[in-house]
Design a protein around this ligand. Structure first.
Ligand code: FPP
Length: 256
């Protein structure tokens, strides 16, 4: 089975920048600078291999507590990325967006984000999303609040939840990659990650290459995904309709 048909949505926790820089006796921010050029390579590679959505954890709600110079460096790198990559994003039909709370970003960066988001919203290529000022728990709370506001007194369903997330169009995550050697999901895409394959690599983000990215995709393609079933590689749609059918058969057998 090809990468494209099996791994539609890849999410990445780009970890290890600080340790990469410290190991070279550089300040931590140097790791972020090097890390941001790796972002461009991996976006290109994801597009080349036919991944549909790539979601990158660029700044979490918890990152606000980092030293101010580090926070402002991350802001600047986002701005530089937008300026540097804008043309390429448009040329390659990439649909760009940022998800999370961007209220505190400088006005010029917010404008760059809004302009590029609007310009690319109908593009049919790779969906590239930066999670910036993002927290998975906050996203779930916001989804529930947005649902209850428009549906007072109604019970929320799983489908309602999915439809009220920040970017429902992205759907579930098929593969989470975390670089930097730690094995946790750090409040990233908690709802969307329910059935994701997880891949942890010791490579620190500034050393992460296109080649390793491809190898991970190949490795995960050969894993069997059962979604709690016994048969191989069923889609989530098939899973829920099969479950409904089975429930009905059992209910009628039990005379309900
Ligand atoms: C984690 O490394 C990484 C981040 C908090 C930010 C990720 C940001 C980039 C890759 C660069 C920004 C690029 C763009 C285009 C916005 P860490 O600092 O936690 O590393 P450590 O675990 O070694 O301390």
């Amino acid at each position: 089975m090809s990468v494209e048909s099996k791994i539609k949505h890849v999410a990445i926790i780009m970890d290890g920048n600080g340790r990469w820089a410290n190991g070279r006796s550089h300040p931590r921010v140097w790791g972020h600078v090097r890390g941001s050029s790796v972002v461009s390579n991996i976006v290109e590679e994801a597009d080349n291999v036919g991944v549909e959505s790539l979601t990158l954890y660029a700044f979490s709600t918890e990152n606000w507590s980092r030293p101010l110079p580090e926070v402002t460096t991350l802001f600047k790198l986002l701005k530089k990325f937008l300026l540097r990559e804008r043309k390429k994003i448009i040329k390659n039909n990439i649909q760009f967006r940022v998800m999370g709370d961007t209220t505190n970003l400088p006005e010029d960066t917010k404008k760059l984000i809004n302009d590029l988001t609007n310009e690319t919203e109908n593009f049919k290529g790779l969906k590239l999303t930066f999670a910036f000022g993002y927290g998975g728990r906050q996203e779930i709370v916001d989804a529930v609040n947005s649902f209850t506001k428009s549906n007072p007194g109604k019970m929320i369903t799983e489908e309602d939840m999915s439809n009220h997330l920040y970017c429902p169009v992205l759907g579930d995550v098929d593969l989470l990659i975390r670089t930097g050697g730690d094995q946790r999901i750090s409040n990233f895409l908690l709802w969307q990650m329910a059935y994701a394959e997880l891949y942890f690599t010791n490579t620190k983000w500034p050393d992460f290459t296109r080649k390793e990215f491809r190898q991970i995709l190949q490795n995960v393609c050969s894993r069997e995904r059962r979604f709690g079933q016994v048969c191989e590689s069923v889609s989530l749609y098939e899973t829920s309709s099969m479950a409904d059918k089975n429930k009905k058969i059992l209910e009628s057998a039990m005379g309900k």
